[in-house]
Design a binder for this molecule. Structure first.
Ligand SMILES: [Zn+2]
Ligand SMILES: [Zn+2]
Length: 614
């Protein structure tokens, strides 16, 4: 697999070189990196302005007055946060020192900000309602909608902790959305978004789209924060955490304490574009990247905790850089910290969430997430990805990779193989959900569902970063299916996808689903179409392998080639047969059952949104 990565990266490098040549030919010389920090900062600001201008031009829809004013607000916020950053970085150093020296208990009188924040959140959660109750109490559901903007009482907000007598933050029981401009600053020093598809415009565009469509006004905006180094270490090694989670300033302090060993610029490669990075995808900005990558993690943690605690119905995290390729000690494929994996760990460790389902529908396999939970039966990882027998990045994710030790059976890879002719699209994804994803997910019965929601399988993404033709609206329908799990506690986190129109359309569809807004229906042609032969072969293989661990998938082994309409008809027929048989025997059992019920009343079942088996 490592070799696979290597080959892939080599190919990427060649492409970068080609691009470099083209740029040079057209007279647009790549910028040279500067070493003077102030110059760099200045240049970055310039570049960011240029980027913002460019982003606005290529944005799928025009900005409204409302979005402009919000953008101003955000920029103000950003300045404030710059101030915070310095202080917080100091905290990191203290935290590291404490850990190394084991100089005191975590819960000493000088509570570290993050653990205090957790305690606060946890207390809030307990005050609100236990995890098992997912329906909002009426009092919460009728709280007037809060204006967009900073949530004053969120843990990282300045102004100190509130007293325990204060009321907990009241959110409208709806879809939560998290976004923070800090994440825009993670960009290559060269500033060329054409060379680096994972750029700030991605999340800016999605944010604007949600504003312009009015969807955002139906959501609660959750304020993000930077994840602590301690939180990141639930998944990543200490070395990896410090390498990417600290800025040059405090890293220098750490180095002087000899905590870090040989961390230096040498960890990064000089890129053909003139910037630095792990590779040409996974670029690094010494000034801003550490804050941005920690913000991405912290945003998702904040949102998921509120959903798990019952404060919010569900959530959508507009975050970058993505995370699902990030392994314990490896940054790759645009990813540094695995936000979804860290969030799953923290939900279990801090909120006592039992079972977490992670569905990963990014077109690339989430090698980092698979690694993090490979032997863990409490986290079920289901990935749908382009595999092509290991010839598609990152090369991992074979259907035979089913988990290890106690985690055997808790790793499911729907590994599409057979290229893009015929293409993989809506029918294939919906069929995979019908026959593999949803049956296994229901049998697993998770407490929370996290989705690595990459949108690079959406039409508009070409190989090697895509090649499939799933429609944006299809992802809305997939989201709606997942909402039948875990009492609706579903949180989507953006992963990959760089075609701005595609990722905006798909985000809009998913947030609509989360809000239970009526979705654009799937085309009748899609419902009538049979999945292509390569997809059927893939699913046959997955079912053959997974039926050893999940008996529920066995019944789908036949009829994989059905259209969704045919499958639906089959299910209806089956259901009718079952109810007809039940009717036949009901007379005989009626008296018996009534007598039994008198003695032990049946507990009321959880209300469950029913979704047709599409
Ligand atoms: Zn660059
Ligand atoms: Zn991807």
């Amino acid at each position: 697999m490592q070799q696979q990565h290597q080959q892939f990266l080599e190919k990427q490098k060649q492409q970068q070189l080609q691009l470099g040549k083209i740029l040079t030919k057209t007279g647009e010389l790549p910028r040279q990196p500067t070493t003077h920090p102030e110059e760099t900062e200045e240049e970055l600001t310039e570049q960011q302005e240029a980027l913002l201008g460019e982003g606005a031009l290529t944005m799928p829809r025009e900005g409204s007055t409302e979005s402009e004013s919000t953008q101003e607000d955000l920029e103000e916020e950003e300045e404030e946060e710059e101030e915070e950053e310095v202080e917080e970085d100091d905290d990191d150093c203290i935290q590291v020192k404490d850990e190394e020296g084991e100089s005191g208990p975590d819960e000493g009188p000088d509570l570290e900000e993050s653990s205090a924040a957790y305690k606060k959140l946890f207390t809030d959660a307990q005050q609100l309602q236990p995890l098992q109750v997912y329906q909002a109490p009426l009092s919460l559901a009728t709280v007037p909608h809060q204006a967009l903007g900073r949530t004053q009482s969120s843990p990282a907000a300045p102004g100190g902790m509130k007293s325990p007598l204060d009321q907990p933050t009241k959110h409208l029981f709806t879809t939560g959305v998290v976004y923070d401009t800090f994440m825009l600053k993670h960009q290559c020093m060269c500033g060329n978004t054409h060379v680096h598809p994972e750029h700030a415009g991605r999340i800016q565009s999605i944010w604007s789209r949600l504003q312009e469509t009015g969807l955002l006004s139906k959501c609660e905006r959750i304020r993000g924060r930077k994840a602590t180094l301690e939180e990141i270490q639930t998944v990543h090694s200490e070395y990896h955490t410090l390498l990417y989670g600290t800025s040059p300033l405090n890293r220098q302090k750490l180095d002087s304490k000899k905590l870090l060993g040989p961390i230096s610029q040498k960890m990064y490669a000089m890129l053909p574009c003139g910037g630095i990075g792990v590779d040409s995808d996974t670029v690094w900005n010494e000034m801003h990247s550490s804050s941005a990558v920690r913000m991405a993690v912290g945003c998702l943690v904040e949102l998921a905790f509120k959903v798990a605690a019952g404060e919010l119905k569900n959530g959508f995290a507009i975050i970058r850089p993505p995370g699902h390729h990030a392994e314990e000690s490896t940054a790759m494929g645009f990813c540094f910290f695995n936000s979804v994996a860290i969030t799953a760990k923290l939900l279990q460790q801090k909120l006592n969430v039992g079972k977490v389902l992670i569905v990963d529908w990014d077109i690339h396999h989430g090698n980092g997430t698979q690694q993090a939970f490979y032997s863990d039966p409490s986290v079920l990882y289901i990935s749908l990805h382009r595999y092509d027998n290991g010839n598609f990045f990152p090369g991992s994710g074979a259907p035979e990779e089913v988990g290890g030790g106690p985690g055997v059976g808790y790793n499911v890879n729907v590994a599409w193989t057979g290229g893009v002719d015929p293409p993989i699209g809506d029918v294939e994804y919906l069929t995979a959900f019908r026959t593999v994803v949803m049956p296994i997910a229901h049998e697993f019965s998770p407490d929370v569902v996290l989705v690595s929601a990459g949108f690079d399988a959406v039409e508009g993404h070409l190989s090697p970063l895509g090649g499939y033709s799933v429609t944006a609206r299809c992802f809305g329908h997939l989201t709606r299916q997942l909402m039948t799990l875990a009492g609706g506690r579903v949180v989507l986190a953006l992963e990959g996808g760089h075609d701005l129109t595609a990722i905006c359309d798909a985000s809009e569809a998913c947030v609509s689903a989360l809000l239970s807004v009526e979705l654009q229906p799937l085309d009748e042609a899609v419902l009538q179409q049979k999945p292509n032969i390569n997809a059927v072969t893939t699913l046959e293989k997955v079912i053959e392998i997974q039926s050893k661990h999940w008996s529920c998938v066995q019944r789908f082994a036949t009829g994989l080639g059905c259209s969704l309409r045919e499958a639906q008809a089959g299910e209806t027929e089956e259901a009718e047969t079952v109810s007809a048989m039940a009717l036949l025997s009901v007379g005989a059992e009626q008296a018996q059952a009534a007598a039994a019920r008198e003695h032990s009343p049946r507990p009321a079942e959880e209300p469950m949104e029913q979704e047709p088996a599409l």
